[in-house]
Ligand binder design. Structure first.
Ligand code: GRF
Length: 200
């Protein structure tokens, strides 16, 4: 007897500013061959000229622009797009604004974020991009890595879904660390999404 095909779970990747979209690409690549019933059904941008827009066009992923000037308006529009596109999970990737407590509380779907360090260390307000890797480099850490976590009211402090560490003793600059950690990010985000959606 034929089994019932599982319903495809629909992800929204939410970005801000000049997003390059490498995590979106990695997530898309992990799911595109149909091995898992998951797809990126929407990408949110706050800048129409961000490189991720072209990437989405190439991949056939719908993109919607929302201005992030006013957070409340941004959240209202985002909520309506999440309904319209029937989204099951939000994956923040380079989204630098802090979502409001009410938005997070009222949403019935998971919101995940990826951070380029081993949280709880090297996270929090102002810790993003190369600043994270500069701090790790200055502290002469031997290990860094990436963390996927649930989003809550504070920056980078929600429950950890997945974390992977790597040796960075061969790195001679923050940029070296960034490049090495980015590979880890690309490896763990799709895995974390599957874990949260309970797809094995
Ligand atoms: C990643 O380094 C991620 O850890 C951080 O923002 C960056 C987004 O990069 N939250 P990309 O646009 O996915 O390449």
């Amino acid at each position: 007897m034929a089994g019932i095909a599982p319903q495809t779970r629909r992800i929204a990747v939410v970005t801000s500013g000049n997003s390059r979209g490498s995590n979106l690409r990695a997530i898309h690549d992990a799911f595109r061959n149909g091995a898992y019933p998951v797809e990126i059904a929407l990408c949110i941008v706050t800048k129409r000229s961000a490189p991720i827009v072209t990437l989405c066009q190439d991949k056939g992923i719908p993109v919607e622009f929302i201005s992030s000037k006013d957070l409340s308006t941004f959240e209202t529009k985002l909520r309506s797009l999440l309904d319209e596109y029937q989204i099951d999970l939000i994956a923040l990737a380079g989204f630098l604004k802090k979502l409001s407590i009410s938005f997070i509380r009222d949403l019935t779907i998971p919101i995940l974020n990826i951070h380029p360090a081993l949280l709880p260390r090297y996270g929090g307000e102002g810790m993003y991009g190369i600043k994270v890797h500069e701090a790790v480099f200055s502290a002469r850490e031997k290990r860094s890595g990436a963390t996927v976590h649930y989003v809550n009211r504070d920056y980078d402090s929600g429950r950890v879904v997945l974390q992977e560490a790597i040796d960075i003793t061969d790195c001679t600059s923050p940029q070296d660390i960034a490049a090495k950690v980015l590979k880890v990010e690309h490896h763990i985000y799709a895995k974390a999404i599957l874990k949260v959606l309970k797809i094995h």
